[in-house]
Design a protein around this ligand. Structure first.
Ligand SMILES: [Zn+2]
Length: 60
């Protein structure tokens, strides 16, 4: 589903899990994992791993 255009993204973002290009870094990624259960699962694992280091304020 690659969309190859001459559009010059100032900050090209790709899904870190499957490498698919995203329309935008924030909402585009959310839309992408919404459409890609595999990436959604990977993101969930990633977030848990990261969260483990940043859990200070989230405890309880
Ligand atoms: Zn992906």
């Amino acid at each position: 589903m690659a969309v190859n255009t001459t559009t010059d993204w100032t900050d090209p973002i790709a899904c870190p899990f499957c490498g698919e290009k995203l329309a935008s870094p924030g909402a585009g990624f959310v839309d992408h994992i919404d459409d890609s259960p595999d990436c959604n699962t990977e993101f969930d694992h990633w977030r848990k791993n990261v969260g483990g280091d940043l859990a200070g304020e989230w405890s309880g």
